[in-house]
Design a protein around this ligand. Structure first.
Ligand SMILES: Cc1cc2nc3c(=O)[nH]c(=O)nc-3n(C[C@H](O)[C@H](O)[C@H](O)COP(=O)(O)OP(=O)(O)OC[C@H]3O[C@@H](n4cnc5c(N)ncnc54)[C@H](O)[C@@H]3O)c2cc1C
Length: 318
């Protein structure tokens, strides 16, 4: 049996978790899911629709929002009860954090960001995992009776495979210190609209936008195309846009049908977050900028003159 930790944000499943369930069903048809916290049990039907044969929903009065160590405690308690061959999660910041804690609780190795997993024996697995922002693939043999691994975002497709719904609730056995690190409050925008990670179109801006005001042009384009706005780290570091919009190694990894990079140079750490885009258009004044080498289409122009024209054309076409 494979146990999958399903990450959800106040009742909304992270789609990368569904990719982890599909990665698990390819290893073993017996896949069970564990989801923790307020609203988790209401998501059991959605999880079962991707092939999990059982959903374990852990709850505790103190677990209203994300609490990494407590979530790990819940996963660990289920490992002890159900003896899975492997424990997987989506390679998201939360998935990786929770499984790191699980590995620490078990004094076991943790293989993060796997792009391939093969269980070769009772306590051995061959894995390939992305290192250095995906610039290096590491092949490794993991020797452990319980493989603990996260799957890199978008390396496995989430495939619908409805299983009969079987829901079991359990109390999370918290220990001292498990809730010391927790989300207490949320500030900033949660304006709704299309989420960056799953958007089909991402319109991203970098230092070349010259300040926060010009991002209204990217919002316009994203609005017309039904997409989301992204940005580079320079932009979040300058406080022009929130970190939630940062694309890259230390931001969100996206895989849209269309990625439009406006005034972004294409540093390795940025490309790590957008290289799975099906089509990439780069708009840059510098024809030699690294992003031009990754792009399917390039526009060598100033964003401040080109984007207004693009917006006009898009609006008149709609
Ligand atoms: C550990 C680590 C992690 C990192 N993680 C990330 C990450 O997750 N995401 C990320 O993005 N970066 C990340 N970085 C930073 C990364 O290395 C780059 O510094 C950053 O991506 C550069 O942002 P930029 O392309 O907006 O700016 P720049 O590199 O300064 O590029 C600006 C581009 O805009 C063009 N330009 C300027 N004016 C115009 C104009 N008017 N019209 C059109 N084009 C114009 C320029 O020709 C240039 O190509 C990380 C760095 C480190 C060390």
């Amino acid at each position: 049996m494979i146990l999958v930790y399903v990450d959800h944000d106040r009742g909304e499943i992270d789609p990368i978790s569904l990719q982890a369930i599909s990665a698990a069903t390819a290893l073993d048809p017996d896949v069970q899911a564990v989801i923790v916290g307020h609203g988790g049990k209401d998501l059991a039907g959605e999880i079962a629709a991707f092939g999990a044969t059982a959903v374990h929903a852990g709850h505790h009065a103190d677990l209203l929002d994300f609490t990494p160590r407590a979530h790990a405690r819940a996963v660990h308690s289920l490992i002890e009860k159900t003896s899975p061959r492997a424990v997987l999660a989506g390679g998201t910041p939360r998935g990786n954090e929770v499984l790191s804690h699980v590995a620490a609780l078990m004094d076991a190795p943790f293989a993060s960001e796997c792009v391939s997993i093969v269980l070769t024996g009772a306590d051995s697995a061959d894995i390939v995992r992305a290192r250095w922002a995906g610039n290096m693939l590491e092949e490794a043999v993991v020797l452990a009776p319980v493989l603990i691994a996260s799957v890199q975002a978008h390396s496995f497709a989430a495939v619908a495979a409805a299983a009969p719904l079987s829901l079991a609730e359990f109390d999370v056995p918290l220990a001292e210190g498990d809730v010391l690190v927790r989300v207490e409050d949320r500030v900033g925008s949660s304006a709704g609209g299309v989420g960056l990670a799953e958007a089909k179109v991402v319109v991203s801006g970098g230092r070349g936008m010259d300040g926060p005001d010009a991002f209204s042009m990217l919002e316009d384009i994203a609005g017309v195309l039904g997409g989301a706005v992204g940005c580079s780290r320079v932009v979040t570091s300058a406080g022009w846009r929130p970190h939630a919009e940062q694309v890259g190694q230390t931001g969100t990894k996206v895989a849209p049908d269309l990625y439009i990079a406006c005034g972004i140079s294409g540093a390795t750490q940025h490309i790590a977050g957008c290289k799975s885009s099906k089509t990439l258009i780069a708009i840059n004044t510098d024809a030699q900028a690294p992003i031009m080498g990754f792009a399917d289409y390039v526009v060598v122009d100033n964003v401040h003159t080109f984007l207004p024209l693009l917006i006009e054309k898009l609006k008149s076409a709609n």
